[in-house]
Design a protein around this ligand. Structure first.
Ligand SMILES: Cc1cc2nc3c(=O)[nH]c(=O)nc-3n(C[C@H](O)[C@H](O)[C@H](O)COP(=O)(O)OP(=O)(O)OC[C@H]3O[C@@H](n4cnc5c(N)ncnc54)[C@H](O)[C@@H]3O)c2cc1C
Length: 291
């Protein structure tokens, strides 16, 4: 199907883009890589009057270490994350996880920021960003605001972003001690969206957990954070019993539905098992960092 007719604007500066959104935000859609937006337009699930293509704006494509965090620019593509030596050192979870996203064609065009803004409950980056306690940096003509990803997703394909805002970057806080992460994804075939996926990040203080992040994919109306499981882990050693309880608590937080990919009960059990596997892998990686 062809998209409905729309105006197209491709500004070369952020201020130009923001001033266009200030005037026409309610009727416009920002486009980065177009990997999710273009299919929506073709299916006519979205019929904006204006496509604001931000692809020519300079300075939005960087992956930069800053004060206590690493910042992923709005035009940094999945492939840039895949190839980033800095990220491989600072947040290896992201470099491991990116291979699970779509296929090389999509990874060459699509962006992390676009994925998070798309807010697909089956999207991978949302739960990874939740596990990492990342923040969204949103800019409008009126100024900047920083929104924790935990709180950014309002519902399926809906976020708290305002129509006049552009996300310029996502900030991922850096651990202050030994840390490790993992991403486990069950998919029907390579390149498919998740049946279930689980993202885990732990930071250690000695043998105990200082911080824990657990994000769940495709088991609720949005990507979700398994907060009770996270809280349970803090201050504890990652013994088999502690890990088993975290898996149980995370499965309790999941609210999957029966669909062609599996029953709700099956998906809950996959969450339980993946949280356990994820925590064991994250612990081993954190201990490697320490050694
Ligand atoms: C065949 C195929 C397979 C896929 N498989 C997977 C998969 O396995 N896992 C997965 O997680 N995803 C998958 N995807 C989805 C895809 O990876 C991402 O959703 C996509 O990369 C989003 O990034 P984009 O830059 O293309 O965003 P776009 O398509 O340009 O935009 C997506 C949405 O975000 C908004 N947006 C984008 N950038 C900004 C910004 N800077 N500020 C404000 N709003 C913005 C747009 O308005 C739009 O609503 C797949 C897609 C395809 C086509």
């Amino acid at each position: 199907m062809f998209p409905a007719a729309f105006d197209y604007s491709a500004p070369t500066t952020l201020s130009e883009a923001l001033s266009t959104l200030q005037q026409r935000g309610d009727d416009a859609k920002v486009m980065a890589g177009g990997q999710s937006l273009i299919p929506l337009l073709k299916l006519r699930f979205a019929q904006p009057q204006l496509i604001l293509d931000i692809g020519r704006i300079q300075g939005l494509n960087g992956i930069k270490r800053d004060d206590g965090h690493v910042s992923i620019g709005a035009l940094a593509r999945h492939v840039d994350i895949e190839r980033s030596k800095e990220l491989a050192k600072l947040v290896p979870l992201m470099v491991e996880a990116v291979h699970w996203i779509a296929d090389p064609l999509v990874r060459n065009r699509g962006t992390l920021v676009g994925s998070v803004c798309h807010a697909d409950p089956s999207g991978d980056w949302g739960s990874i960003m939740l596990a990492l306690n990342a923040e969204v940096v949103a800019q409008s003509a009126k100024g900047e605001r920083v929104i924790p990803v935990d709180g950014f997703f309002e519902g399926p394909f809906t976020t708290t972003l305002r129509p006049d805002e552009i996300v310029t970057a996502i900030r991922v806080p850096l651990p202050s001690g030994p840390a490790g992460g993992s991403y486990h994804k069950l998919e029907r075939k390579v390149g498919d969206f998740a049946t279930v996926a689980v993202s885990v990040q732990v930071e250690l203080d000695g043998r105990k957990v200082k911080k824990a992040g657990i994000g769940l994919t495709a088991v609720s109306e949005t990507n979700i954070k398994a907060k009770k499981a996270e809280q349970w882990l803090v201050g504890r050693e990652l013994t088999d019993d502690a890990i088993a309880e975290a898996g149980r608590l995370a499965a309790e937080a999941a609210e999957p539905k029966d669909d062609i990919r599996g029953t709700a009960a099956y998906k809950k059990d996959v969450v339980r098992v993946f949280v356990q596997r994820g925590l064991k892998a994250a612990l081993a990686r954190a201990q490697e960092v320490k050694a």
